[in-house]
Design a protein around this ligand. Structure first.
Ligand code: SF4
Ligand code: SF4
Length: 171
C-alpha cells in the first residue's frame, strides 16, 4: 500500500500570480517581528542559558534508577529495557540477589546517553518502575564520551533532588 498526500484544492488566479502571496508572507513575518519588538513578554524565545524554561510534565530527560523502601535497587535485571531499546544503548550484567525476595539484580547497568534517542521505551517496558526519565536533566555535555556512559552508581544517584538513598556502598 502506498501513502501519499492527495491535494485536491487548486490554486486561485491570485495565488498563481505568486508575487502577491510572497508579499502576504512577508507581511505576516513583519507583523510577528513588530509584535515581538514591542511585546517582550510574549516572546517564544528565552535568553538561554541565563534563563531556562519550565519543562512540561512527562519530559524525558536523563535516566535514573529507583530504589525500594529498604534501600535496595528496584531493578530485577529482567532485561526488558535492554531488549526493547531501539538504540541498543543499555547494557546490564545480572547477578544473583543477596536479598532473597528477588532472584536477580543488576551487577552493572550502563546507559550510553550519547546513543540514547530519549524515546522512553525502557521506562514503559519496566515492570518494576525501576527506571525513570524524570530527572529534568538535559544538559548532558562532557569533554569525553566515556563520561556520558552512565554506570549503575551514576544512575542510582542521578536524582533531581540530589543523591539517592541507594548508594555506591551497595555496589
Ligand atoms: S530512552 Fe529509548 S533509546 Fe534511550 S535508553 Fe531508553 S529505550 Fe533506549
Ligand atoms: S530497569 Fe526495569 S526493565 Fe530494565 S532490567 Fe531493571 S527491572 Fe527490567
Amino acid at each position: 500500500m502506498s501513502y501519499y498526500i492527495d491535494r485536491k484544492e487548486s490554486l486561485t488566479l491570485w495565488e498563481r500570480l505568486y508575487i502577491p502571496e510572497v508579499a502576504r508572507g512577508l507581511w505576516v513575518t513583519l507583523g510577528h517581528l513588530l509584535h515581538n519588538l514591542f511585546h517582550i513578554e510574549d516572546r517564544m524565545t528565552i535568553e538561554y542559558p541565563d534563563k531556562k524554561k519550565t519543562l512540561p510534565p512527562g519530559y524525558r530527560a536523563e535516566h535514573r534508577l529507583m530504589s525500594r523502601e529498604d534501600g535496595q535497587i528496584r531493578c530485577t535485571a529482567c532485561m526488558l529495557c535492554q531488549t526493547i531499546c531501539p538504540a541498543d544503548c543499555i547494557e546490564i550484567i545480572a547477578e544473583e540477589s543477596p536479598d532473597k525476595t528477588v532472584e536477580k539484580r543488576p551487577k552493572e547497568f550502563f546507559i550510553n546517553e550519547l546513543r540514547c534517542v530519549f524515546c522512553g521505551l525502557c521506562v514503559e517496558a519496566c515492570p518494576c518502575d525501576a527506571i525513570r526519565m524524570d530527572t529534568g536533566k538535559y544538559e548532558n555535555s562532557s569533554f569525553t564520551r566515556r563520561e556520558l556512559i552512565y554506570d549503575i552508581r551514576k544512575l542510582a544517584g542521578n536524582h533531581p533532588e540530589g543523591a539517592s538513598p541507594i548508594s555506591a556502598a551497595l555496589y
